[in-house]
Design a protein around this ligand. Structure first.
Ligand code: PMP
Length: 404
């Protein structure tokens, strides 16, 4: 295990006081805080290296390009992709999914076809597919869940059909913390030759990922949720699929030759990377990945699992506490409601006590609808959270409860 006191020193923001109380940051599902190493690497690149990548013969451009491409290799190693050309840099999970929805839709989806998503998807893994289905005359089909927030695998198997073109499923629910049996989901789809996209936004920060072992066809995640900068994310795709997809956006970088009569496109991964990439952010992401890798993803997983178990036990002691989602198959996210206290009120009052949680529908309105609620309060944990912070959360909820 790692030394949590030393780890926390890497994150200057954790020293802040909010309303004169120590910050307890439990909104890591929305975004994580950044270690010094990431911010300093980015400042250093702006101060000492900055030049546009790929197009320059001069020294700085070469150096910036080397950093950018080394970052791609770092991502490849981190998620165990076969080749760096299978790693596409995007602005985040949302753009990764929009890219795939457009390109996959253009190449493979026709009228009457079906796309499968699950009830617990984030809006960013629903709306791009709806838009594509509308454009193509295809239909969105929904995998149901049980009352305790587990995917109904029997219903899933039944939904797979001759019409299914793609299955899109989150690895970990950003609301319930459910860890979905993605290997089974992929295996069942592949038995029918159907490719699968995994939304890894909430899994990559918390557990080791091996896209080859999972055998997923596409995998998306965001840099800012794994201690990296905003504005950068990844779409992994198997080369055999990416080769068959048309580009998402046109512009510089993604071309081989341009004539007014005809343009030919660049090789992977550049075919999907039009325009100047956020090369400082890709470097920042690589430093973030080096940071978590040095701590050890297995150690991070063990720490967060212990913390989540402890938090669940402590929260369950509170009167009228309602925790949503499964008790096992659970990741570092806990969604709850307390009695009749509106989640917004609870969140606002917790904030006054220095505790940052998220409240509302968490960009998963269909899931809220399925659970028959408007929203929840969500505490989500990161590698730097402590049991003392969980105790502060629990004590503060009790205080708010007394006020009501
Ligand atoms: N999918 C899931 C499961 C998420 O939790 C999030 C972020 N809350 C997203 C997708 C979207 O990520 P981003 O806003 O970084 O594009």
């Amino acid at each position: 295990m790692y030394d949590i006191t030393k780890v926390r020193e890497d994150f200057p923001i954790l020293q802040r006081k909010i309303y004169n109380r120590p910050l307890v940051y439990l909104d890591n599902g929305a975004t994580t805080q950044k270690p010094r190493q990431v911010v300093e690497a980015m400042v250093d690149e702006y101060y000492n290296v900055n030049a546009n990548v790929h197009r320059g013969v001069h020294f700085l451009s070469q150096q910036a390009t080397d950093l950018h491409e080394a970052s791609r290799e770092t991502v490849r190693r981190f998620i165990h992709a076969r080749s760096a050309s299978e790693i596409l840099f995007t602005r985040g999970t949302t753009e990764s999914i929009n890219l795939l929805a457009f390109s996959f839709g253009e190449a493979f989806v026709h009228e009457g076809d079906e796309i499968l998503v699950s009830t617990m998807e984030h809006h960013s893994n629903i709306v791009p597919w709806q838009m594509m289905c509308q454009r193509k005359g295809a239909r969105l089909k929904v995998i149901p869940i049980s009352d305790d927030g587990l995917l109904d695998m029997e219903a899933y198997a039944q939904l797979l059909s001759e019409q299914t073109r793609l299955v899109c499923c989150t690895h970990v629910s950003n609301v319930l913390g459910t860890v979905n049996p993605v290997a089974d989901i992929i295996r069942l789809a592949h038995q029918r030759g159907i490719p699968v996209l995994i939304d890894g936004a909430q899994s990559v920060p918390h557990m080791p990922i091996d896209v080859q072992a999972l055998d997923c066809d596409f995998f998306a995640f965001s840099g800012h949720k794994v201690y990296g900068p905003t504005g950068v994310g990844v779409l992994y795709g198997k080369e055999t699929w990416l080769e068959q997809l048309p580009p998402y956006q046109g512009g510089g970088e993604m071309i081989k030759t341009v004539r007014f009569e005809k343009t030919t496109y660049n090789d992977l991964p550049y075919k999907f990377e039009a325009g100047t990439p956020d090369y400082v952010a890709t470097h920042g992401l690589a430093v973030a990945i080096d940071y978590v890798t040095a701590l050890g993803m297995d150690n991070i997983l063990a720490h967060e699992q212990q913390l989540t178990r402890y938090a669940t036990q402590q929260l369950q002691q509170i009167d009228n506490m309602r925790i949503f989602g499964p008790t096992d198959h659970h990741d570092a996210v806990i969604s709850f409601l307390v009695g009749h206290i509106h989640p917004l009120d609870l969140g606002t009052l917790l904030d006054r006590l220095g505790i940052a949680v998220r409240t509302g529908h968490h960009c998963a309105e269909p899931l809220m609808h399925r659970l028959g609620i408007e929203g929840t309060v969500r505490a989500s944990f990161a590698l730097y959270n402590t049991t003392a912070e969980v105790d502060a959360l629990v004590a503060s909820i009790r205080r708010v409860q007394q006020m009501f």
